[in-house]
Write a protein that binds this ligand. Structure first.
Ligand code: BEZ
Ligand code: FE2
Length: 408
């Protein structure tokens, strides 16, 4: 048993002082230090000579490990130009992301305080690295393909990848299902993949209404996607529209990534379906997709998380950076409240949405925690300063095991 006596704890409602935490693999008790020392007299007591904060480890709900070799290859600024550049360089980027590259990426996330993540896997080349990661992982096997004639072969390939991930299932590694997007997956394929997910009680995710181009294509079969589909896939109309796509998910609460261009009606459907949105602010900016309307999500009662997306559309996998960008991107939102919501979106809310027993420092939760050194005695605006400044991580715990400096 270990007891940490920080200057403050971060909770979903803000900063709490005067509490220490006793934990082994899980949090056993949160109480004043004197009480914990009485209850656990043999525990190791950890304290620090400067102010510290203990907070939950961060949960990155959306990342693409397979694209981690990208630095400056892919073209930023417009979604469709980025997509053409992905298609041109996909194979060389995936080949360049060997096991070393994948392990380094996982390690970088850990060093940035990310103790759990949701990995979207398009090809399965990241399976072994993800399964070996020290973090908790939800491994989303992705299905993609808009051509009806290809649906059976693509479904078979998806099932093979899903089974390979099931073979590695263990505590902390959870196979799951990703539907790429409304424009890129035929409804027959979506139905089959969702049916399998429901039968096996697997989590599901999808990209949804990311770009203005997607909006134009789904609504009117027009816009930037028109030449793309005409030339590359010989298609002149979208295989789903925005509403019919969501209707396929009516029985399946899903993590919907981006949702930058949803209408009021679609937001109502998202709320009715119990879906959760994953906001990826850096990716949205770099691909020219604009800024999500968080206030509209809140009006509709839709929960939202913050994710990094992959290094295909980001320069780092760092949720502290992502939260800071979001804080400035949504410049009309009340400052302190948004800071706390962002922190919740990468801790308690993300853990709940990914069905992980972490994200809060509370009795019975897995001891996934970050111990940070502050430069001030904690006060009510400390959550805001967590985003503005980069406080050194004294230690990172996953299941109560110290991971900083440890080889993974
Ligand atoms: C397809 O496989 O149909 C597809 C893939 C990527 C973007 C759009 C469509
Ligand atoms: Fe993505």
């Amino acid at each position: 048993m270990t007891i940490i006596n920080p200057s403050a704890l971060l909770t979903p409602d803000g900063i709490v002082t005067g509490m220490a935490v006793a934990f082994d693999n899980t949090v056993r008790a949160v109480a004043p230090k004197a009480q914990l020392l009485r209850d656990y007299p043999d525990a190791d007591l950890l304290e620090h000579d400067r102010p510290t904060l203990l907070m939950p480890g961060l949960v990155n709900a959306h990342v693409h490990l397979e694209f981690s070799a990208n630095k400056t290859t892919l073209k930023y600024g417009s979604f469709i130009e980025w997509l053409y550049s992905v298609i041109e360089h996909r194979e060389s980027l995936i080949d360049a992301c060997d096991r070393d590259c994948l392990d380094r990426t996982v390690r970088t996330m850990l060093e940035n305080g990310i103790t759990a993540f949701g990995a979207i896997s398009s090809h399965g080349t990241d399976l072994e690295a993800a399964a070996a990661a020290p973090q908790k992982v939800v491994f989303f096997n992705e299905v993609i393909g808009s051509q009806a004639a290809m649906a059976d072969a693509l479904y078979a390939d998806f099932v093979t990848r899903l089974e390979a991930s099931e073979a590695l299932r263990r505590r902390g590694f959870h196979p799951a299902v990703a539907i790429h997007s409304p424009y890129s997956v035929h409804p027959a394929l979506i139905k089959k993949a969702l049916q399998l997910a429901r039968t096996r009680d697997l989590l599901t995710t999808a990209h949804y209404l990311e770009s203005p181009a997607e909006r134009d294509w789904l609504d009117r079969n027009e816009g930037d996607f028109k030449p793309f589909f005409n030339d590359l896939l010989q298609q002149s109309y979208a295989v789903n529209d925005a509403r019919s796509f969501l209707e396929l998910f009516a029985e399946q609460p899903t993590l919907m990534t981006h949702v930058v261009h949803a209408s009021d009606d679609e937001l109502s459907l998202l709320a009715a379906g119990g879906h959760t949105v994953i906001h990826c602010p850096v990716s949205n900016r770099l691909l020219g997709n604009g800024a999500i309307d968080l206030a509209a999500l809140q009006r509709h009662g839709i929960g939202w998380l913050t994710g990094t997306d992959g290094l295909s559309s980001n320069y780092t996998l760092d949720l502290f950076e992502e939260m800071k960008i979001a804080l400035f991107m949504h410049s009309g939102a009340p400052l302190e409240r948004l800071a706390q919501q962002l922190l919740n979106s990468v801790t308690v809310d993300a853990a709940n949405a990914l069905r992980l027993n972490c994200g809060r420092i509370a009795e019975g939760k897995d001891a996934d925690m970050l111990w940070l050194e502050l430069d001030h005695e904690p006060h009510p605006q400390t959550p805001l300063h967590l985003l503005l400044r980069r406080y050194p991580l004294l230690q990172i715990y996953i299941d109560g095991i110290p991971r900083k400096g440890a080889r993974s």
